[in-house]
Design a protein around this ligand. Structure first.
Ligand code: SF4
Length: 370
């Protein structure tokens, strides 16, 4: 049986963060109910095509999945259990925001074997959180994580943002230190990207310059290494054994099925996506096939995604998967070894931590010359 990662998209948020350009919005109870019913129906429809698959990861992303409450999430998960083959050690993740974590949510998630929470903490200074229009304070974030721990959630991932307006390196490290005190198993750390059309972009905020942003990234790398985290992907760190298995489906180009508005899939060799319109999804509009980007093949995508991971690329895996020689890529990667940006160890080619910092430049060079 092929393994499959199942992604369920929940597009609701209690309010918008000032930097967010995702398709998410506040909804009333009726809309949430209608959407839940459409999800359950679509899950059932898709299960017919997945009889030969075993689901090894389920991921609820958004938006704010925790916002729809534990009962609804449990109902959706129970429907997945009823319809799909689920592996006994499946990783089941729910993205949560601190302000919608409560006892009822956690009890319901526990009952249906959710075993991983990904919590959007972002920063630990109230004024920074406020400037991003986040709905929680640092203390509320701590209480939410501690409550999850108290209810037996051992595998907790926290999100941190850096390169924020008015943020110093000391503030990034202060956030990180406070997060580490909460003993997460996993951290995702992203530099802010100011997206056009967002309230934050309209304010034209003063951002840390590029050197400071690089220093912030290096400080995060050093701190997390000291605390025993493995830097296993450009923006992701985990304790041993706690890599995100769901995200590995994306990075390995293995099969994943996304259900819900704006959810993307790679299934049966095809890429397709539901429209970013909740009414389309509720009324049963089918996902559309995604066009291949001209001049960008699946093997290019594999190189790009693999080189963003510490595992890197194993030449024979690439050659078997795409029936292409790895030699031209090897030639391009080799030139970055001398300045410490690329390594070739244990039969694999990967970017070093310094290489991660300039991954976009290396990738565009490697891809443009093959
Ligand atoms: S919680 Fe996440 S998805 Fe919702 S508005 Fe904020 S950043 Fe966007």
């Amino acid at each position: 049986m092929n393994t499959l990662g199942l992604y369920i998209h929940i597009p609701f948020c209690a309010s918008k963060c000032s930097y967010c350009d995702f398709y998410s919005f506040a909804a009333n109870d009726n809309q949430i109910e209608e959407y839940k019913k459409a999800l359950i129906k679509t899950i059932s429809d898709w299960s017919q095509n997945c009889k030969n698959h075993i689901v090894d990861t389920i991921y609820f992303g958004g938006g704010t999945p925790s916002l729809i409450g534990g009962e609804r999430l449990a109902e959706i998960i129970n429907n997945i259990y009823d319809k799909f083959n689920i592996s006994s050690d499946a990783e089941i993740t729910v993205e949560c925001n601190p302000d919608s974590i409560n006892e009822n949510l956690l009890l319901n998630l526990k009952k249906v074997n959710v075993n991983r929470l990904s919590i959007g903490v972002q920063a630990m200074q109230d004024d920074i959180l406020k400037s991003l229009s986040r709905r929680h304070t640092a203390n509320e974030a701590k209480n939410a994580v501690n409550l999850a721990k108290k209810h037996g959630f051992k595998n907790v991932s926290l999100d941190l943002m850096y390169a924020l307006p008015n943020q110093s390196i000391d503030m990034v490290l202060d956030s990180l230190n406070q997060m580490l005190e909460l003993e997460p198993t996993h951290l995702s750390c992203y530099a802010l990207k100011v997206e056009e059309g967002t309230p934050l972009a309209e304010k034209n905020p003063l951002l840390p310059d590029e050197d400071t942003s690089v220093d912030m990234y290096n400080a995060i790398c050093q701190k997390l290494k000291k605390h025993g985290f493995e830097h296993y992907e450009v923006s992701n760190w985990a304790k041993k054994g706690y890599y995100s298995r769901h995200n590995s489906h994306y990075w390995d180009l293995s099969e994943y099925l996304g259900i819900g508005c704006s959810a993307h899939s790679l299934f049966n060799g095809q890429r397709f996506a539901y429209s970013a319109n909740i009414n389309d999804f509720i009324s049963g509009v089918k996902p559309e096939l995604e066009e291949e980007v001209e001049g960008f093949s699946q093997s290019d995508e594999f190189i790009m995604l693999s080189l963003r991971t510490a595992k890197g690329i194993i030449p024979c895996e690439y050659e078997q998967k795409f029936n292409k020689s790895f030699k031209p890529i090897e030639k391009n990667l080799r030139k970055y070894i001398t300045n410490g940006l690329v390594e070739n160890k244990n039969g694999s080619w990967n970017l070093t931590e310094t290489g991660f910092l300039v991954s976009n430049a290396i990738l565009s060079d490697v891809l443009s010359s093959i």
